[in-house]
Design a protein around this ligand. Structure first.
Ligand code: SAM
Ligand code: FES
Length: 351
């Protein structure tokens, strides 16, 4: 059998490979071996999750950010970005709308907005926890000190998404200014896991400076760190960033990474992302068929949607939450999967 397929089989059985094997896979994959991987990945997801797809209601509650990540459309240095911030009442309204539509997980995502301090975030989490006791609360608000993460957890947050962006320090430094540190981001992920969160890491596929080596580093990091969730999507340039003229990542390579991650983490919660749906009209469906099992429709108020533009031509910025949910539900049904209404916790936390 060809060596690529052999390595894919080994990964399915052992859930890990050496770095050089991953490099070999990235260098030698082709259309046929991709299909082989997707078939195995889909089998593994069906063994563990059937054809269920979990939904998370995404609330992009602030686009104010102190950071200047070179890839990101809401970076501090983008003076063309019209800033907004939802207050506690508005956030709770988004949750209420979402609850009525059947969402049982709310993901609060935003820039690193100094306008909310630790008390504010803890208070918002507490209010959501009291109002919707049967729902999971996910935070995705960047880097904080450990004591703040602990405070949010004690207030009722269950999960935290913090993409590592790349597991290669030199590559990290090509994507971020000197004020940001690879070590600190990694420490945040460790802290979150030790505190007891269900933790998600992740990266962009095709980000400037990414190579087969750095992708192999990402895979090795994921197999060692064993996160509960992994969010990956293609890098897509934004016109008002230093990476405006860089190439976007491809759907094919993103799907390949999704397939590998499913074999590394059979119980992983892996979204088929909006960025994947942006580079291809069938991207999210293909993501699910390649091993993903989560979708994240937008619950943010429509008037703010376009302002949370991380990259150019982001989809789903004009529809109401109900339309987004309905659209995703139809898309999943069309490929033989179905959206389910449940918290969708990591099986590793409840076993
Ligand atoms: N501030 C939080 C953080 O840093 O984790 C959460 C918000 S941040 C906008 C969420 C994710 O968007 C980032 O982790 C990054 O991977 C992704 N992202 C940012 N710019 C992007 C781009 N141009 N293309 C694709 N994804 C992008
Ligand atoms: Fe802060 Fe992107 S630079 S969210």
């Amino acid at each position: 059998m060809d060596k690529v397929k052999e390595l894919i089989n080994t990964l399915k059985n052992d859930h890990r490979l050496d770095k050089e094997d991953y490099v070999f896979l990235f260098e030698n994959r082709n259309k046929e071996t991709d299909e082989y991987l997707f078939r195995l990945a889909d089998e593994v997801r069906k063994e563990n999750f059937g054809t269920d797809v979990y939904v998370r209601g995404l609330i992009e509650f602030t686009n104010v950010c102190r950071n200047d990540c070179y890839y990101c459309g809401i970076r501090a240095g983008n003076t063309n970005c019209e800033r907004y911030r939802l207050n506690e009442r508005e956030i709770l309204e988004c949750c209420r709308d979402g609850y009525e539509l059947g969402f049982r997980t709310f993901v609060l995502q935003g820039g690193e907005d100094g306008g909310y301090d630790e008390d504010d975030i803890a208070h918002i989490v507490m209010r959501i926890r009291d109002t919707f006791p049967d729902c999971a609360i996910t935070l995705s608000i960047g880097e904080w000190e450990r004591k703040s993460y602990q405070r949010f957890f004690d207030a009722g947050a269950d999960r935290y998404l913090l993409r590592h962006e790349t597991a290669n320090k030199a590559h990290y430094e090509k994507l971020h200014p000197e004020t940001m540190s690879f070590e600190h981001r990694m420490k945040c992920l460790q802290d979150l896991k030790e505190i007891g969160y269900q933790v998600g890491c992740g990266f962009m596929v095709g980000s400037p400076g990414q190579t087969n080596e750095t992708l192999a580093d990402d895979m090795v990091f994921i197999q060692d760190f064993k996160p509960h969730m992994v969010g990956i999507g293609p890098f897509i340039p934004h016109k008002d960033t230093p990476f405006a003229n860089e190439e976007a990542g491809t759907m094919e390579l993103t799907l390949f990474c999704l397939g590998l991650i499913r074999l590394i983490l059979p119980y992983g919660l892996i979204p088929s992302t909006t960025a994947l749906g942006t580079i291809s009209p069938v991207g999210r469906e293909m993501g699910i068929k390649s091993g993903a099992n989560v979708v994240m429709p937008n619950l943010s108020p429509v008037k703010n949607r376009k302002k949370y533009e991380l990259y150019d031509n982001k989809i789903c910025t004009g529809e109401e939450a109900a339309e987004c949910r309905g659209c995703l539900s139809n898309r999943m049904n069309s490929i033989g999967y179905q959206i389910v209404t449940s918290r969708g916790d990591s099986p590793l936390m409840t076993k």
